[in-house]
Design a protein around this ligand. Sequence first.
Ligand code: DX5
Ligand code: ZN
Length: 214
Amino acid sequence: MVLAPSILSVDFLRLREIIEIINRSEAEWLHLDVMDGVFVPNLSFGFPVIKHVAKVTTKPMDAHLMIVEPQKFITQFRDLGVEALTVHYEACTHLYRAVMKIKETGMKAGVALNPHTPVELLTDILDELDKVLIMSVNPGFGGQKFIPRAIDKVYRLKEIINQRKSQTLIQVDGGINLETGKRMADAGADILVAGTSIFRAENPDEMIRQMKDG
Ligand code: DX5
Ligand code: ZN
């Protein structure tokens, strides 16, 4: 199981320290949640912050864009050193074009689905994707309650992936802790994103260890 800690709900004055926790851990990726106040009802951080995160992180950066018109910014994320870029299905009229552009820059391409969006809508683009991100909360905020219905979506997506013999990975994001992470892994998830459960834990190093051990 691949783990991608999200820095969304950390104390940003302690960002270096937080990134060092991730660096020394067995977590594989560092998850960055970018919000624009339009696609989601919240603002988070953008290029000026990511530029500095890039200097300190030793883990590949996995950016999750909760913004409208994400295709406008693809090259800038690549130039900052982002390795995997995920755009929302609901934010892209020309999803195929956006995915192709991400791949042309050399980044891994992901598509995220809001809780109401069925996985079947991705069938015709699935083979082009490095990963699909299933949201298990409504995007916009850390620390929300896990939506159990997302488990069924992971099962269904895994089935489609297996049928097509596709290499696409399944990432899950929102309300993931030891318990929900295990349920998602059992359903077929390959990558867990977790913010609150790691960084609001008494001992984040230990929590990462436990999540990695499953
Ligand atoms: C929510 C973000 C998540 C968020 C997860 O919109 O996409 O990545 O940081 O946070 P927790 O783990 O607190 O639900
Ligand atoms: Zn995210």
